[in-house]
Ligand binder design. Structure first.
Ligand SMILES: O=C(O)CCC(=O)C(=O)O
Length: 282
């Protein structure tokens, strides 16, 4: 029996309120953040890709096969696949969330990865983890390296595998400590809602105990601009596609260079100049 909860707020919540909940719990649910029309367009644009991606990992390694889930449909590079996704990527709430946690330690941040996490019936609980484990060389508790969001593209329920979260685990003293069952709760939320969580909070996909209902999740995360993202954006989103995107999306995908907010060198240059020059020379 769980002794913890996640707080749910409405889409008009102030930044101060939802950020204070994340500070306390490591995560918050913002209910129905996506307008129904945006949610419908996003789902429609992803449908064709979902149809051609079989569940299961593409990795040869057993660890990743288990982590990715044998009955979970995952694919990345959503900026090249869906115009509606770009609207989500540039949503002011995601920006305020990432600005708050990441800008204290960088001049700008990138998209870390965008991916579907569509959990099929019969999938067991995922290996619980912290997203900042992608960059394991920092001492605990180090700076905020990454922030994540999980969008519910259909209803997330206890039965279909709503994300499990250990509220407060972003502040645990011992980073090796595992969450006990009673320290976990599920991000039950209606379609269009989002779970925002820091890279330090323990979480994972819940078990899908339904026979055949897909839990349609979409993960969008950001990482400090001087760390390497999980996804290789310039291969996932080709230059011709990136050229058509708003400047902020190009920036998030690495089609702009990194300029530190304190004195220091620039990164991701092309012939010593900002990558924007490449973007504008067709
Ligand atoms: O699907 C979920 O609810 C969470 C999955 C996750 O955290 C991951 O695969 O990194």
């Amino acid at each position: 029996m769980s002794t913890v909860t996640l707080t749910t707020v409405g889409p008009d919540v102030s930044a101060e309120t939802y950020l204070s909940v994340i500070e306390r719990d490591g995560g918050v649910i913002i209910e129905k953040l996506l307008e129904p029309d945006l949610l419908r367009r996003l789902n429609t644009e992803l449908d064709d890709y979902i149809a051609i991606h079989p569940p299961g990992s593409r990795s040869d390694e057993e660890l990743w096969q288990v982590f990715h889930g044998k009955k979970t449909i995952r694919f990345c590079g959503l900026a090249a696949k869906s115009k509606a996704f770009i609207e989500v990527l540039l949503h002011p709430i995601l920006k305020a969330f990432a600005d708050h946690y990441l800008l204290p330690n960088c001049g700008s941040y990138w998209l870390n990865t965008s991916q579907t996490m569509i959990v099929g019936g019969g999938e067991p609980v995922q290996m619980l983890h912290r997203d900042e484990a992608n960059w394991p060389h920092f001492p605990w508790p180090g700076p905020e390296l990454t922030v994540s969001s999980m969008f519910a593209l259909n209803d997330f329920t206890e039965e279909n595998g709503a994300t499990l979260v250990a509220p407060g685990s972003h502040r645990w003293q011992d980073p090796e400590r595992e969450a006990r069952p009673e320290e976990l709760t599920q991000a039950v939320m209606p379609a269009g809602s989002v779970l925002l969580y820091t890279g330090k909070v323990i979480h994972g996909a819940g078990a899908n105990r339904t026979p055949d209902t897909w839990r349609r999740g979409m993960h969008v995360s950001f990482v400090l601009g001087w760390l390497r993202p999980e996804e290789h954006h310039s291969l996932a989103v080709p230059l011709e596609v990136a050229r058509q995107l708003p400047e902020q999306a190009q920036h998030l995908l690495g089609y702009r260079s990194y300029h530190p907010s304190v004195f220091g060198g620039r990164l991701g240059l092309v012939d010593f100049e900002d990558a924007a020059l490449v973007e504008t020379q067709s």
